[in-house]
Design a protein around this ligand. Structure first.
Ligand SMILES: C[S@@+](CC[C@H](N)C(=O)[O-])C[C@H]1O[C@@H](n2cnc3c(N)ncnc32)[C@H](O)[C@@H]1O
Length: 235
């Protein structure tokens, strides 16, 4: 098992152990994939898909990197009337097993597929995805048990570069924002990236293709939860 897989599995296992079993099934599900509440998860979906450059009614194709149970697919269908193709990938096999179970036998849904594995290790067709959404691919401290450092930065660089390479039109990427949380409040297993580092990684990866970039923090502008939206010109 690679270190990325090992650290990610351990990270989510610890989070799951801390979940209160008295919570509602929806809350338990959101917590199992790392969100502090269903509302925070839905807000992430809302912001990540609120891309002014995308018309969701038109037939686009989405890649959901770190898809968890694939709830973004349900959100796209119910809130954006999305009918295009959807592919979800997650490094944790149990998440994908459940995602397949949840979305199996839904013949009225758009064409969807779920893949297990580390996104960085997957061979994917570069011209297949119009929009790539990644909500949580950057949450784990890849230097653990050491403090956040070089390994996490290298990991993010590779992830961003691959996302940009695979996307035709737009990218939404969630990251915990280091500029908006004091050091003493940081959790050792979590990664926190500076906005300037994420911006630089995108600019390096996109080159001339970067047409626009927006950073949105939520629920308030000062929150550590941040989504960067990037508009790309065609490959
Ligand atoms: C915060 S969770 C979000 C899940 C889902 N996107 C949602 O919002 O409900 C992040 C997910 O990313 C997955 N992940 C992290 N690194 C990954 C990688 N390198 N390749 C594939 N999946 C990864 C984790 O296993 C986890 O399920």
């Amino acid at each position: 098992m690679s270190n990325i897989t090992h650290l990610t599995e351990e990270f989510y296992q610890k989070r799951q152990e801390a979940v209160d079993p008295q919570n509602s099934p929806e809350m338990i599900e959101a917590s199992y994939v790392g969100w502090s509440s269903v509302a925070v998860q839905l807000e992430a979906f809302e912001i990540a898909t609120n891309l002014s450059w995308i018309n969701w009614d038109e037939n686009t194709s989405v890649l959901d990197v770190g898809c968890g149970y694939g709830r973004l697919l349900d959100f796209l269908i119910s809130r954006k009337s999305y009918q295009g193709k959807y592919s979800g990938i997650d490094i944790i096999p149990e998440f994908i097993e459940k995602a397949i179970q949840i979305h199996n036998n839904e013949s009225d849904k758009p064409e969807s597929q779920f893949l297990v594995g580390d996104f960085l290790e997957q061979t994917l067709d570069p011209n297949k995805f119009d929009v790539i959404i990644c909500l949580g691919g950057l949450g784990v401290n890849q230097d653990y048990p050491q403090p956040f450092g070089q390994k996490s930065l290298e990991y993010a660089k590779k992830l961003i570069s691959k996302i940009v390479r695979l996307s035709n039109i737009a990218v939404s990427l969630y990251f915990p924002n280091a500029d908006q949380i004091v050091t003493t409040e940081r959790k050792p297993r979590m990664a926190y990236y500076k906005r300037s580092d994420i911006e630089e990684m995108f600019l390096d990866a996109c080159g001339q293709r970067c047409q626009d970039m927006k950073f949105i923090s939520y629920p308030t502008q000062k929150d550590r939860r941040t989504i960067v939206q990037v508009k790309l010109s065609k490959n």
